[in-house]
Structures are given as structure tokens and as C-alpha cells.
Design a protein around this ligand. Sequence first.
Ligand code: AHG
Ligand code: MN
Ligand code: MN
Length: 275
Amino acid sequence: MIEDIFNIIAKSAPSIRHELSTRRGSSNTQNPTGDSQLAADIWADNLFAEKILELDSVGLYASEERENVLTSGDGFSVAIDPLDGSSNLLSNNMIGTIVGVYDSILPTSGRNLIAAAYVLYGPITTMVTAYSGSVNEYVVDQGNLRPLRKGITLPKKPQLYGFGGTENDWTPKFKKYAESIRNEFKPRYGGSLISDVNQILTYGGIFAYPALISSPTGKLRTLFEAHPVAYIIETAGGLSSNGDVSLLDLSPENLHDRTPLYVGNKTLIEELSNL
Ligand code: AHG
Ligand code: MN
Ligand code: MN
């Protein structure tokens, strides 16, 4: 069931890693949110679509890289960001895969998530899963999941912050917040949501891709990026917010809607919400 979905993602990870070096070029196309697609984005989406829809427990596949959902009968809905941070491919920095499993047709509220996971293609390939109230980390070893850390919770003492967007595009409210955070914590921004979130899960702190003056809904996509990350962070005892409510309370009208995203230690997200 849910484990089958986690396992098929893990089984696909070695091929993804292997194929990346030859698929770093542009495909001269754009995805539904207007990002330029690399050959690797399209290739990974096709691979996941085929593998995930083969599972009896999955009835719907939605991806950041395709306009409409694919269906295959009854079952869970899977929303995926096949390659997160793909612009990092050119500079050989970290990238990931993000997955949300919903017990509803899409789009829907984050409250209908029943599991979420991500793969981080870093110096080693790791996978973090959230399911049934527990967050676990694995090494992906030749496609198999080898447990690393079980029952992960955010460290009590936060250490890091990472903020997306350019400072002159931040709102006055967020600028003020960033100023207070900068005095206390170390900056770490990797340009791929998954690597940035994984270091918050490891060292504690806050990651934000805020509302921008030029884009009040920010950059990240609710179903494919915000919901699954919020589910993982909240299951690990942290908080998520769009600046107002938990990201899990958002019910996007459209598949590719965006949202501002703030995730991390409870105290830091509460301070932001109280501004
Ligand atoms: P994707 O490659 O799936 O489009 O995601 C990119 C996202 C996210 O991973 C990251 O947090 C952010 O965009 C980076 O944006 P900037 O280039 O503006 O820093
Ligand atoms: Mn992404
Ligand atoms: Mn992507």
C-alpha cells in the first residue's frame, strides 16, 4: 500500500541519479507554472508516471511537470515534483524528488494527505518518509531502503535559516522578521527546497520561500512542494505556514497553484505569524 509507493520511489532513485549527467540540457519547453524544463525534468516525470500508475493502490498521478492528472482506476492520488531544484543540476548542487500521497482526487486540502516523502540526491542518496505519525530517514542503497534515523523530531535548539527570493522583492513585514532571525542563526540556502528542508530537519531552524512583492503567492507549488513538506515538518513536531494558516489547511483551486511557504521550529513560525 503506502509502503509500495515509498518502495517504487526508492527503486527509481538509482536510475534517476544515473541518468542525470546526460540530461542536464534544456528541453526548450516550460512546465505549467512557467519554469523552463530540462530534459531530466521530463524524463523523470515519465519514469515516475509509468512506475507509480502500475501500482494497484494508486488511481491518480499528478506532477509539477504536466498540465493534467493521469488516472488508472481507484486508489490513492500521488502528487509529485519529480526533480526538485533542477536548476541545481547545471552547477552540480543538490536536488530531490518530493511525493505526496492523498486520499482524495486532486486538487484537495493538505488535510487529505496520508503520507509524504522525499528523496535527496546528495553526497549519498537518502529518503525521508512521513506516515502514520512518524518521520523516518533511510539510505537508498541500490534501490533498497536501509533505516538511518527513526521517529525524527526537529532539534529543540534551532541553528539555521534559509530564505528564497531577492531581498528587494521581500515585503516590509518579512524583511523585519529576517532582520531578527539573521542576528541569531546561520544562513544556509541551497536553492532546492528538499536540501534546504532536510537541513532544517537535521539542525533545526526555519526555511522560507516568502510572498514576494512581484509574486504575492511566492514561488513554490502547494500540492507538489508545500503540502508534502509541511506534512513531514509538522509530523516531526515543527510548524508550517503560508503567513496565516498551516500549509495543510490550504485547498488549492487549481493543480498548479502556488503559495508562500514558511516551515521550521514551532517557536520561529509562531513569531512570524504573530508579526
Ligand atoms: P523546481 O526545480 O522543482 O522548479 O523547484 C525549484 C524551487 C525549489 O526547489 C527552491 O526552493 C526554489 O525553487 C529555488 O528558487 P530560486 O532559484 O529562486 O532560489
Ligand atoms: Mn520543486
Ligand atoms: Mn521540479
